[in-house]
Design a protein around this ligand. Structure first.
Ligand code: ATP
Ligand code: MG
Length: 301
């Protein structure tokens, strides 16, 4: 909505960090992106390429001419080897173009356009290895939304974006305690503001966490209901909101599943000389998407 603030922030960052490369990998999520896991008769990448427009029509609720399409062949279906599993992604052209324009405005060239939940998956893969037998859910809890990606033996079998996140906490605090947006963010993170009762803040935060937890449960229940009762055995959480220890506790309590913080720098060697390791650990949850994107290369699909 405010692209000039975004371009200013990116320009400042590139300048202050003396970043030389112009190539950028970025990712999108939300209503303008549709991800579908579909089954098709076994065919080659080239055949798929030729028929994707036509195949996509029945799965994508937008005009095909208004979206960018892409796909990834996952492999033959376990139950029916004449079929293959494919992940289909459609993103509204308008939305993608707005993103691209922001980077061009900064003098950068976006060479990879990913999806948040797949970037998180790449970040998870490099840090935790590809395939366990387990079914795990990766949940990125950001400011405006949560991205859920459920993996079975390392492959994505279910994705969903839930349109609530950390902003909901702020809105509730603002509404109920009559604070500005800035103060709401401050007291949410444990800071103080004039005439604000910390107990009242705590109450709103707890309720918001309860809300988020319910939303996550709804998604996991929906996954189970639509996948012959398979159950998620472990959850990895990341994103700013996951930094609250209450979030982990609330999820564990309600869902009865172990919950762990995804550490995006777990397998990445960080020089103690150049970086403050405490800081790296503290900001880790904010970097899961970025680490996943940093793994990408032009034409690596
Ligand atoms: N310690 C903390 N406890 C609770 N919430 C926190 C904490 N630190 C940051 N947050 C919240 O996390 C959110 C930011 O997280 P993140 O950077 O993952 O989001 P984002 O990627 O900018 O958002 P989105 O992708 O949804 O647009 C903000 O709502 C912020 O208030
Ligand atoms: Mg995010």
């Amino acid at each position: 909505m405010d692209s000039s603030s975004v371009t200013d922030a990116i320009k400042n960052l590139v300048e202050s960090q003396k970043i030389k490369t112009k190539n950028v990998a970025t990712s999108i999520s939300g209503h303008s992106v549709i991800i579908r896991k579909i089954q098709l008769p076994i065919m080659t990448e080239e055949e798929m390429e030729a028929s994707i427009q036509w195949e996509a029509e029945q799965y994508i609720p937008f005009e095909i001419s208004e979206v960018n399409l892409d796909f990834q062949i996952i492999g033959p279906d376990a139950k029916d080897p004449s079929q293959m599993n494919v992940i289909l992604v459609a993103a509204k052209k308008d939305f993608v173009n707005d993103y691209v324009a922001v980077f061009q405005e900064c003098g950068l060239s976006p060479v990879v356009m990913d999806v948040d939940c797949f970037a998180i998956q790449n970040s998870f893969e490099i840090n935790y290895g590809a395939s366990d037998e387990e079914i795990v859910a990766l949940i990125n809890m950001g400011a405006s939304a949560m991205n859920v990606n459920i993996l079975k033996e390392g492959a994505s079998v279910f994705t969903r974006d839930i349109q609530v996140g950390g902003n909901m906490f702020n809105e509730e605090i603002q509404k109920r305690l009559g604070l500005s947006g800035e103060d709401a963010e401050k007291v949410k993170l444990g800071g103080e503001a004039e005439d604000v009762d910390p107990a009242a803040v705590e109450e709103v935060v707890s309720e918001s966490i309860e809300n988020l937890t319910q939303e996550v449960q709804r998604s996991l229940d929906f996954f189970s209901a639509t996948s012959s009762d398979e159950k998620v055995q472990k959850i990895f959480i990341t994103g700013g909101v996951s930094k609250s220890s209450q979030v982990k506790e609330s999820l564990e309590q309600r869902l009865g599943i172990p919950v762990e913080m995804l550490e995006p720098f777990r397998q990445i060697a960080v020089s103690e000389k150049d970086f403050d390791l405490e800081y790296i650990k503290a900001v880790g949850p904010l970097f899961s998407v970025a680490v996943g994107l940093a793994m990408r290369r032009l034409g690596d699909k």
